[in-house]
Design a protein around this ligand. Structure first.
Ligand code: NAG
Ligand code: NAG
Ligand code: NAG
Ligand code: NAG
Length: 347
């Protein structure tokens, strides 16, 4: 193409400009794919297979083989029109009403340029996460949320080195947390809440990137065992381990030098001295309800500018409540917390 344009311009002196213009139009027209053809044919084929493998749900009626799959009319599918490679980079399938239970469509792994895959609010999506998902080698954002996907979280996910977030909220996943995920170099967070995961938090999770890994959400599972001391290395913005059967020293998540905004540990069996923890200046939410946490409330609580939610009820805490603006349900059912809004301390 370069050569043709060059030769056109060298001819500029010999031809009238109208002929030159015609030549340019003819040569360039030849090299710009017609708009109806820009979608990569392999990607188009994979999408049509996916539709078939889901039983042709009506929500995907816009996936029409006679139209271009890079046309924004293909619901949930987006092409790279910026670089442009015209490959399918994002596949966001949500709210599909499937006529019967279907597994994750095998042809999803035939979309090698995917950087975002989201399968959300699909009650009839069943079966395991297929190991072939590792063929999506540049995937960054993986979401499977509100489905009936079951089986274990494949440890093989650690082969997708580009993963930034893994969100598996509210499915039927069972088995352990894969220790291998800690080897993902740019992982920013995992949300595995509301599944049936068992076992302990792996020691290896202490080696998640201190700068990049900021979100750990594992609430509403059946996790048990002690918090590994290695997790003290993390600098999380958001932590939610609530509603499990975890125990031991969760003070490793606290620290005055951390940038933590939310610590939610409620409804576990944690036991540690709350009076000795350091508090992040950014703390907005601290929910420790229903544990075996002892000691006093830390002095530093009163200095937290952003704290708008505190619940330390049903623990073994003692001592005077510092001057804060929370109601008595935030403090109720402790061993001997006292002072406003609870009854005054005995002297
Ligand atoms: C996109 O699809 C619409 C409706 O099918 C059509 O009118 C339009 O020409 C298409 N655009 C491209 C770029 O293919
Ligand atoms: C799982 O399937 C059951 C029965 O079809 C359905 O009621 C439930 O909503 C599904 N769960 C999710 C999270 O979609
Ligand atoms: C990835 O794809 C290749 C070829 O499409 C296939 O042979 C291989 O088994 C796949 N990998 C996995 C882990 O399924
Ligand atoms: C604190 O948690 C208890 C349950 O232990 C709940 O009853 C109460 O409403 C909560 N209070 C606040 C302010 O969140």
């Amino acid at each position: 193409m370069k050569n043709k344009i060059l030769s056109s311009s060298t001819m500029q002196t010999q031809f009238p400009s109208t002929i030159l213009l015609l030549l340019l139009i003819l040569t360039t027209y030849h090299f710009i794919p017609s708009l109806s053809q820009i979608c990569n044919p392999n990607d188009k084929n994979a999408l049509l297979q996916i539709k078939k493998q889901l039983g042709n749900p009506s929500q995907l009626s816009s996936w029409d083989p006679t139209t271009d799959c890079c046309n924004t009319t293909w619901q949930g599918a987006s092409c790279d029109t910026f670089t442009p490679t015209y490959r399918i980079t994002d596949l966001d399938l949500s709210d599909l009403q499937l006529s019967q239970p279907y597994p994750i469509p095998p042809s999803i792994t035939n979309l090698p340029a995917l950087t975002l895959l989201s399968l959300a609010n699909i009650p009839n999506l069943v079966g395991p996460i297929p190991p072939s998902i590792v063929n999506l080698t540049i995937l960054r954002y993986l979401t499977i949320r509100n489905t009936n996907i079951s089986g274990e979280i494949p440890g093989i996910l650690s082969q997708i080195k580009t993963l930034v977030t893994i969100t598996f909220t509210n499915n039927k996943l069972t088995g352990p947390l894969p220790a291998s995920l800690s080897s993902l170099p740019v992982l920013g967070g995992i949300s595995f809440d509301s599944n049936q995961l068992t076992g302990a938090i792996p020691e290896s999770y202490g080696s998640f990137s201190k700068t990049l890994f900021t979100g750990l959400t594992l609430s509403r599972n059946k996790l048990s065992g002690k918090i590994p001391a290695s997790l003290a290395n993390l600098n999380l913005a958001f932590l939610d381990l609530s509603r499990n059967a975890l125990e031991g020293d969760a003070s490793v998540f606290f620290g005055s030098k951390k940038e933590t905004q939310q610590i939610v540990l409620g409804n576990n069996k944690f036991g540690f001295d709350f009076g000795k923890v350091g508090l992040s200046k950014n703390l907005e939410k601290l929910d420790l309800r229903n544990n075996k946490i002892y000691g006093t409330l830390p002095e530093g609580l009163t200095a937290l500018k952003f704290l708008h939610k505190l619940n330390v009820s049903s623990n073994n805490l003692c001592g005077q409540i510092p001057s804060l603006r929370f109601d008595e349900t935030s403090y109720a059912h402790n061993k001997c917390l006292c002072g406003s809004p609870l009854p005054p301390c005995k002297t």
